[in-house]
Design a protein around this ligand. Structure first.
Ligand SMILES: [Zn+2]
Length: 301
């Protein structure tokens, strides 16, 4: 019964080069490939002459230098941040130093509330946007108008940026073609993520440009597959619990067949996110707080 997600992993680019990818849109990919970033962070430039930069990327001097080299003779007027993970926002600082452009985002990482040490290792705690954006806010520049779409789930401060006139949505890490998104508590939230997927299904955007990997040209099919995938995962977790109370490790063992050892931790966080959601909905109980170590049982036995 496994849900088929129409993954897209064909991705042609050259590291260190700002390349046109669509009318008004250029992209440069940072050299930070990993099991979580695919080939690396794709930094987008929108417009020409006076441009917006979306997700400047990790703090890699070569990446910022190459971006600036691709923009000689042009002016960066806006720096937009989809969310505060370390592969997205840290290069905003050197880019701002070089250009003076203001930064725009939903707010600091996790609302500025530090969780348990070590749990939010991917967060860029230093980033604070010059201008905060809420859902539906518009940002106008030369030749373009963005609409901010608040899409919490992967992080609580995640924004997608739509270019309504172009039918384009920069989907950050909320919806990617190459992979599902990591939903890692405490800042990652499964219920919010599912609601944010539904939010995109109600929108007319025709093409998504995620921060990692290639564009998604049938975005609704893709988003529907992600919804189905999570519902299938949730059903699998409930099936494990129907056999008796158990812990996250045992559920991962059973559900994620053939998982690379390096991705075990991420799988455990994802199962944890589902369990927190199921506890909140009264479908599952935990002995004590719903932590990564807790024992979980189905309320209906
Ligand atoms: Zn991220």
């Amino acid at each position: 019964m496994a849900v088929e997600i129409p993954f897209r992993r064909e991705f042609s680019f050259e590291y260190g080069r700002l390349e046109p990818v669509a009318p008004m849109i250029r992209r440069i990919v940072a050299r930070n490939p990993s099991p979580f970033t695919f080939r690396g962070t794709g930094t987008y430039v929108v417009g020409s002459g006076e441009v917006a930069v979306i997700d400047p990327g990790p703090d890699l001097p070569d990446h910022v230098d190459a971006l600036l080299a691709g923009l000689v003779g042009e002016q960066v007027t806006h720096i937009l941040i989809t969310h505060t993970h370390r592969d997205h926002s840290p290069a905003a600082r050197p880019l701002q130093q070089a250009t003076g452009a203001p930064t725009f985002g939903f707010g600091p990482h996790a609302g500025g509330k530090r969780g348990d040490a070590g749990v939010e290792e991917g967060g860029d705690w230093d980033f604070v946007p010059d201008k905060t954006l809420g859902d539906g806010d518009r940002i106008a520049g030369r030749g373009w108008v963005f609409e901010a779409v608040h899409t919490p789930g992967h992080t609580s401060n995640h924004l997608c940026f739509a270019l309504p006139d172009e039918g384009v949505l920069f989907s950050g890490d909320h919806v990617m073609g190459w992979s599902t998104s990591v939903i890692a508590p405490p800042d990652g939230d499964m219920a919010a993520y599912m609601a944010s997927l539904d939010k995109l299904l109600a929108r007319p955007d025709a093409v998504y440009w995620p921060t990692h990997g290639p564009a998604i040209t049938e975005p609704k099919d893709h988003v529907r597959a992600f919804v189905a995938h999570r519902l299938e995962r949730e059903a699998g977790i409930l099936q494990c619990l129907h056999a008796g109370p158990t812990q996250i490790d045992a559920i991962v063992e059973r559900l994620y067949i053939g998982l690379q050892p390096g991705l075990r931790h991420a799988a455990a966080r994802s199962v944890h996110a589902h369990l927190i959601d199921l506890v909140d909905r009264g479908i599952v109980e935990s002995d004590g707080p719903p932590t990564i170590e807790a024992h979980y049982r189905s309320v209906r036995g």
